[in-house]
Structures are given as C-alpha cells and as structure tokens.
Design a protein around this ligand. Structure first.
Ligand SMILES: *[C@@H]1O[C@H](CO)[C@@H](O)[C@H](O)[C@H]1NC(C)=O
Ligand SMILES: *[C@@H]1O[C@H](CO)[C@@H](O)[C@H](O)[C@H]1NC(C)=O
Ligand SMILES: *[C@@H]1O[C@H](CO)[C@@H](O)[C@H](O)[C@H]1NC(C)=O
Length: 455
C-alpha cells in the first residue's frame, strides 16, 4: 500500500488544496480591495484609522495617537465672530496645541471680517491666529478643510474667497465642515457636499439630516465641537457686572443693589431671528413670573438681518399675543445689545444662574456648551444639535409641541421644532425653586464638557 496506493490520494489532495489556496488567495485580495474601497474615502484612513462601513464610522476628535503626515490648510470665517468662526478658532487652537500637524495654516473664508470681534479676542488667541495665517506654505500634498456653510464652497453662491482655493488645483483631499439646523438641506448645498471628498458634521442629527437630503453616506463623518474648558472655567473668573440700562419690563434692577441682593438671572445669548425662539422665551417668562419673583431675564442679542428695535419687537409681540400683565406686575426683562468681547464671555456666564434658549433648531449650540463648561444649568430645546450633548443628567432638555414649517426665506418648506411654552414655564419655575439641584446639574455639565474636550 505505502508508496503505491498513495499517488491517487495525493493527487486528490492536491486537487483539493490547490484550488482551496487559490480561493483563499483571491478572497484575501478581495478583502484588501474592500478595505481599500471603503477606506479610501476616509481622510482618517490616511492616519491609519479605518473601519469598514464608513456609514457608522464615528470619530469624535482628530486622533491624538496618529501622527499627521499631511499639511493642513483650514479655511473658515475665523474673524467673523459667528458660530463657525468660534468653532474654527477652537479647532485651530487645539490642533496647534497638539503639535500633531507638521504644517498647519489657516485662512479667512466664508464671511466678512469683523473688527469688533477681532479686537475682543484674548491676546494669546490673536497672536496665534496671526502666526497661523502668515505661515509659509507650499501647496503640494495639502489637505484642505472648507469650514463654512456649503453655499460658500466651490462654486460659491455669493462672493467669498473660494474654497478649495485657486493655486491648490490638486489638493490631496478636500473636506467640507458644516452643519445645519433644520430637518433637511437645499439641493445646491447637497451638490456642494457631494463634490467634497468628505463632509464633517458635528452631530448624529446632521449625519441623518444630510444623508436624508441626498449627501452620500460614505462621505459623512461625525467630528464634534471642542470647547476650551481652561478659558471657560468658572473658578477663574468673577461675575461681570451686568448693565441694567435697557429695561423692557418690570421693576428696575441696577448695579448699586445687584451684588448685595442678586436676583436669579436667566441668561440668553442669541441673534435676533425667529429661529432662536425669543418669542417663546418672552411668552413663557412673562406668563410664569411676576414682579414678586426675584428673577431677571437677561437677553444678550444683536441684529441679524433684522431691525435693532428689539424692545419694540417685544412689545408688539406681547400686545399681539395678548399676554396679560400679572396683577403683581411684570417680571424684569433686560436687553443688552452691546458687543460682549470674547474675553468677557466667561464672566458674563458667571453672572447668570441659568442659561436658557428655546431655539427652533441649532447646528450645534455654541453658547450652550460654553454655558455648560461654565457649570451653568442649561434649559434648551430637545431637538437638533443639542441632542448630541444634553441629557437629563447634565441639563434640562425642553420638550417640543411638535414640528413647524418654515414659511419664508431661503429655507421655506423646511421643518424645525416648536418648543413647548408650557414646559419652558415649568422648567424655569423648577430651576428657580430648586436652585441646589440646578447647580448640581451645572457641575455635571462641566464634567461632561471636560470629557468631551480632550483633544
Ligand atoms: C437702584 O434700585 C433701587 C431699588 O430698585 C432704587 O431705589 C435706586 O434708585 C436705583 N438706583 C439707580 C441709580 O437707578
Ligand atoms: C396693541 O394693539 C392694539 C390693536 O390690537 C393697538 O391699538 C395698540 O396701539 C397696541 N399697543 C401697543 C403698545 O403696541
Ligand atoms: C428628548 O428626546 C429624546 C428623543 O426624542 C427622548 O428620548 C427623550 O426622552 C427626550 N428628553 C426629554 C427630557 O424630553
């Protein structure tokens, strides 16, 4: 048997093994191919981070461990003072501090420069931005980040410095960073997103709204926002003496008695637009409180394609919605339309007891996380960007009455949230009568911001 009976068996074995090996080898090649295809769209893959099925790929922060091999040009409205600008500054600060990117340059794009904002920045930040903007840079092998609303991306829908810029005809990779506050995107925004190699959004909410509107899922990556917890640090600042010179309702509160008998301050910071739900806030506050309550609603606002007769807008809204003056008199509502320099923001939050903003939708909610980092309890709408970081443990998510359709402007036909006035009254009353619980939630909030902010 031995030797003689074998050739047949051996042949059989070989007949089995050779195709099996070939199949294995092909399967291996196939696997590499799949890996390549599903990774090649991921910027992260270049840093050695890749996960098959990029749809659920979720990277909270740029990875600390990975050494960035590529030059990075970050284009954003750094000096415009809006939400994108503040976010871009916090990214730039974090990237520079991490020392991970060998060559990193920034460039203004997407909006006009705002001198008032620039001059209110801490000197350390101004120096950093100047240094980053004037850096020498050669353009080969560069990753470009276009950080703005997609209407500013090439070809821009209005006049702005193009992104990706001329002279970078062949960037290695172009990433759009954006966000949006309604339930969908317009078609021209979807097209510009799909022309990017990748699109970074801050929230799961936007992963869903962008994908539902037609942005390719394989391009969507979640990269959350950072907040500077050293700068927004409640132990480092004193409360700002609030100015009480634009009183709309109620008994006057002023400097002379502010610190001796400080009222309970509800602070809100927003641009004067329907989206921010100032009507909901005024209604809830005036219906819930009266002159008997030791409360102030302190509104820090500025005009946004709107008039700046904020008090007139409020008075006619109150008149129109038939809100009746309580028998004990109106509670105090104060307006402030001075530009608050960035450097004073921490002290402004510090002067408040609660941050409240019943907006109808937010891409992220920059003041919200600043307030949370400052250990304030936050009352804000339980929809859109806020759902990424607000929980029942660290804040007071405000329930909705439902969704409402936007009736005018460029986003006519989109839907956003209609926060509940009744619930807002209940929550404001609740924090006022449970200040200890509210403070404790603020502390949880600061802790959560610390965890989120490790770059
Ligand atoms: C400050 O408020 C107190 C009590 O409301 C009032 O008596 C006083 O006249 C006010 N002072 C100024 C400067 O408005
Ligand atoms: C309130 O509205 C009524 C009409 O509904 C008008 O006559 C009145 O002048 C308004 N008052 C104010 C303060 O706007
Ligand atoms: C906020 O919304 C989520 C999702 O709709 C829901 O599960 C959660 O209970 C809501 N939280 C509050 C406090 O209403």
């Amino acid at each position: 048997m031995d030797g003689k009976g074998c050739p047949e068996a051996q042949r059989k074995e070989r007949r089995f093994w050779v195709p099996a090996l070939i199949v294995c080898f092909l399967a291996f090649l196939f696997y590499l191919g799949i890996q390549y295809i599903s990774c090649k769209n991921l910027f992260m893959a270049k840093w050695g981070l890749c996960k098959v099925g990029s749809g659920d790929f979720e990277k909270q922060w740029l990875p600390k461990s990975a050494l960035f091999k590529y030059k990075l040009l970050w284009m954003a409205p750094f000096l415009s003072g809006g939400g994108y600008g503040s976010e871009a500054i916090s990214f730039a600060t974090a990237i520079e501090a991490s020392k991970l990117v060998p060559q990193f340059k920034i460039q203004q794009h997407g909006d006009l420069e705002n001198y008032e904002f620039w001059s209110g920045l801490p000197q350390k930040i101004r120096r950093l931005l100047v240094r980053l903007a004037w850096r020498d840079f050669n353009v080969e092998e560069t990753v470009v980040i276009c950080h703005s609303e997609p209407g500013a991306w090439f070809p821009p829908l209005y006049q702005t410095f193009p992104c990706p810029p001329f002279g970078y005809e062949q960037p290695l990779y172009v990433i759009g960073r954006s966000m949006f506050e309604t339930d969908r995107l317009n078609k021209e925004h979807v097209e510009r997103c799909n022309a990017m190699d990748e699109v970074w959004v801050p929230t799961q909410f936007n992963i869903e709204t962008f994908a539902r509107s037609g942005v390719m899922e394989s391009k969507l990556v979640k990269v959350r926002q950072t907040v500077d917890i050293e700068f927004f640090n409640p132990t480092q600042v004193h409360p700002l003496p609030l100015s009480f010179n634009w009183q709309v309702f109620g008994p006057s509160k002023n400097h002379s008695n502010f610190f001796s008998s400080k009222p309970y301050v509800f602070l809100s910071i927003f641009k004067w637009e329907v989206r921010k739900g100032w009507d909901i806030l005024i209604k809830a506050f005036l219906q819930e409180f009266s002159a008997e309550d030791d409360v102030v609603l302190y509104l820090v606002t500025n005009a946004f394609h709107s008039s700046s007769n904020f008090d007139q807008d409020i008075l006619s809204f109150v008149n129109k919605s038939k809100i009746i003056e309580p028998s004990l008199g109106w509670p105090t509502v104060q307006l402030c339309d001075h530009h608050v320099p960035q450097i004073d923001l921490p002290s402004l939050y510090k002067a408040a007891d609660v941050f409240v903003l019943p907006s109808r939708g937010e891409g992220w909610g920059r003041p919200h996380i600043e307030a949370m980092a400052m250990a304030l309890p936050v009352i804000a709408t339980n929809w859109s960007g806020m759902t990424e970081y607000m929980t029942d443990m660290n804040s007071y998510p405000l329930p909705l009455d439902g969704m409402s359709e936007i009736l005018e402007g460029p986003f006519k036909g989109h839907f956003w949230a209609e926060p509940s006035v009744n619930s807002l009254q209940g929550l404001m009353r609740h924090v006022y009568s449970h200040p200890v619980e509210a403070k404790a939630r603020g502390l949880v909030a600061r802790n959560d911001m610390k965890i989120c902010s490790c770059f």
